[in-house]
Design a binder for this molecule. Structure first.
Ligand code: PEP
Length: 252
């Protein structure tokens, strides 16, 4: 598992695309032979093994799941464990996405348990956090994000924190077309590094990738990705079209 800070563009397909559509999308994206950064595909669980067949021989291309359960097995109907994901060749897992927090009740404690389960299986968690609109309007965005980070990293060693990929996703920017300005995003990413530093060390805080997510598209990608503390993007809607996704990758 790479421990270094590097550029990453991750595609979160959410609950979209058939397996056939997903394969076609990945084929079209991987026609680009010279990827300038790491590219991560997070398709639905049902697509993972088929997408793995296309991505496994490509350098810098990784497969992620969109969620996991923290137990390795047991009576948890409808859930998928990190052991099962590992068995399928998955390398990363999105944990704590705002849709999981909002719609499926994922709590800070669960997210922490999921992050620990991922790290135990050598899966890199893509740990998402971000404030809601009313929290930003009430100037509580730093406090909210600080709390989410502390909860997510609770009980992790410095070495473990170094294996986490962080993703700041302001909830008001997800799927809304309202992107954070580069200034707002950069300011929060700097704050996130300070929070990581206070939980571990300055060296760890400087060595982890922090992605931005929230309505990233070809038109705003370069500006966001040129900010010094933004190491990449977690992309929802624009990851479903090969040309849009490739333009974002090219913006790196
Ligand atoms: C996401 O769901 O992680 C996301 C960033 O979505 P979108 O790019 O559509 O805002």
């Amino acid at each position: 598992m790479s421990k270094n800070r590097r550029k990453i563009i991750a595609a979160n397909w959410k609950m979209n695309l058939t397996i056939g559509q997903g394969k076609e999308l990945v084929h079209n994206i991987l026609k680009e032979k010279d990827l300038p950064c790491e590219v991560v595909f997070a398709p639905p669980f049902t697509h993972l093994s088929e997408i793995k067949k296309i991505t496994s021989d490509r350098d810098k291309v990784f497969l992620a799941a969109q969620n996991c359960h923290h137990e390795s097995s047991g009576a948890f109907t409808g859930e998928i464990s990190t052991d099962m994901l590992k068995d399928m060749g998955v390398q990363m897992v999105i944990v704590g996405h705002s849709e999981r927090r909002e719609l499926f009740g994922d709590t800070g404690k669960w997210i922490n348990q999921k992050i620990k389960a991922c790290l135990k299986r050598n899966l890199q968690p893509i740990f998402c956090f971000g404030e809601k609109l009313e929290q930003r309007e009430q100037n509580q965005h730093f406090e909210t994000v600080g709390k989410q980070i502390k909860e997510g990293l609770s009980g992790l060693s410095e070495a473990q924190i170094q294996d986490v990929i962080f993703a700041y996703e302001p909830v008001w920017a997800i799927g809304t077309g309202h992107t954070a300005t580069p200034g707002q995003a950069e300011e929060m990413h700097q704050f996130v590094r300070e929070e990581i530093s206070s939980t571990s060390s300055d060296q760890v805080a400087r060595s982890v990738p922090i992605l931005y997510g929230g309505s990233v598209k070809p038109a705003n990608a370069s500006e966001l990705l040129s900010c010094p503390n933004i190491d990449g993007a977690l992309v929802g809607g624009a990851s479903l079209k090969a040309n849009d996704f490739l333009s974002i990758v090219a913006a790196v």
